[in-house]
Write a protein that binds this ligand. Structure first.
Ligand code: PLP
Length: 392
């Protein structure tokens, strides 16, 4: 077994060697600009981009011309939310979302609030999911967009996006879902989830960082977004900027692999995650699950260790990579806003650890993690039973 062990697959995933292999030629000999279609270099790059577009479209039940390449999920989300607001503000200025959304959603909404939009951020239940009826009740005549993530990046909680999308559809309201953490972990298909817009990214599915997709539905209704980047009119004028050909090739390959491996991989990862949880439960006392065990991604475990600070556990355990919260907020000393939204106290949030199991983890690694965490938690509790949770 090789150390350190990586169990932070919600933050990012390693690039699959097959993905890297597919990308490599597009850095070196096949370096053409996909827009330079007047020569063979450009046409070769364009063919590769269109091949990826078809793979991704097929994997999520979309048409190729509904797939728009971006620089990652943050950009896709910004484009979806700000682009919708700028395009449809004449119809209304009310947007509904949920407190546990990624900061790319929350911060885009804050910006719109400053510009006069009314933003409703709905709470979640103890399992971390938003109640469908609550979404329905929050809708008004002026509501132009609902944005609800398919699955959460900290708790793995899954939302009923199919039902939410149907309600929005019936009322003629656009529905965006951030499917970043869901792709490759639970089925996600826009033929069943009636999303108008969906965001995804490469680096959570063993693809490269800095490349993503915004799915934009083209019929019933055809959605028109105001672009957020201006320039050469790439991606049908929606997202200007020279296409990241190696990244797009890698994203296509990553999506293809995820689809091919889906059944075997989700079952295997779930069994590793369950092994981790039951191992910890049998070795340490005072361990509790954040959210529900049923309604969560198969790769996610978010637990709290009573009377111990997660930060201290992580500092002690140098050879296992886990997290106390979302990667983008891990520099913040505040308790996780996501865990707080589930009703946890500050102390409970501070004692929580997020494990993200991935494609390359093994049983041996899981058993090592169980042993290491159990020993460390016991040691910390014994060394400073009361001091552990004193506020900093
Ligand atoms: N949405 C969710 C749920 C995420 O987990 C992430 C990644 O941290 C993002 C959006 C942002 O994705 P990207 O890193 O591709 O901008």
């Amino acid at each position: 077994m090789k150390l350190p062990i990586y169990l932070d697959n919600h933050a990012t995933t390693p690039v699959d060697p097959a993905v890297f292999e597919a990308m490599a030629p597009y850095f070196l000999e096949k370096f053409g600009n996909a827009s330079s279609t007047n020569h063979s270099f450009g046409r070769e790059a364009e063919r590769a981009v269109e091949h990826s577009r078809r793979i991704i479209a097929e994997a999520i039940g979309a048409e190729p011309d509904e797939i728009y390449f971006t620089g990652g999920a943050t950009e896709s989300i910004n484009l979806a939310i700000l682009g919708t607001a700028q395009s449809y503000y004449g119809k209304g200025r009310h947007i509904v979302s949920v407190v546990t959304e990624h900061s790319a959603v929350i911060d885009s909404l804050k910006l719109l609030e400053q510009k006069g939009f009314e933003i409703t951020l709905l709470p979640v239940d103890k399992s971390g999911s938003v109640d469908v009826e609550l979404v329905e009740k929050s809708l008004k005549d002026e509501t132009i967009l609902v944005s609800v993530m398919t699955a959460n990046n900290e708790t793995g909680s899954i939302n009923k996006v199919e039902a939410i999308g149907n309600i929005c559809g019936e009322k003629g309201i656009l529905f965006h879902t951030d499917a970043t953490q869901a792709i490759g972990k639970i089925p996600f298909n826009v033929s069943t989830v009636p999303a108008s817009l969906a965001s995804l990214t490469g680096h959570k599915i063993y693809g490269p960082k800095g490349v993503g997709v915004l799915f934009i539905r083209k019929t019933s209704p055809r959605i028109k977004l105001v672009p957020q980047t201006h320039g050469g009119g790439h991606e049908n004028g929606v997202r200007s900027g020279t296409l990241n050909v190696p990244g797009i090739v890698g994203l296509g390959k990553a999506v293809q692999l995820s689809a091919e491996l889906f059944d075997e991989e989700t079952a295997r990862i779930k069994s590793l995650r369950d092994r981790l949880y039951s191992g910890l439960q049998s070795e340490v006392s005072g361990i509790e699950i954040n959210g529900s065990m049923d309604n969560r991604l198969p790769n996610n475990l978010n637990v709290r260790f009573k009377n111990v600070r997660a930060e201290n556990i992580i500092t002690e355990i140098r050879d296992i990579a886990v997290s106390t919260g979302a990667a983008c907020s891990s520099a913040s000393p505040k308790p996780s806003r996501i865990l707080k939204a589930l009703g946890l106290s500050d102390e409970q949030a501070y004692s929580s650890v997020r494990f993200g199991v991935g494609r390359f983890n093994t049983e041996e690694e899981i058993d090592y993690a169980v042993e290491k965490f159990s020993k460390t938690v016991k040691m910390l509790r014994e060394s400073s039973p009361l001091a552990e949770l004193s506020t900093k």
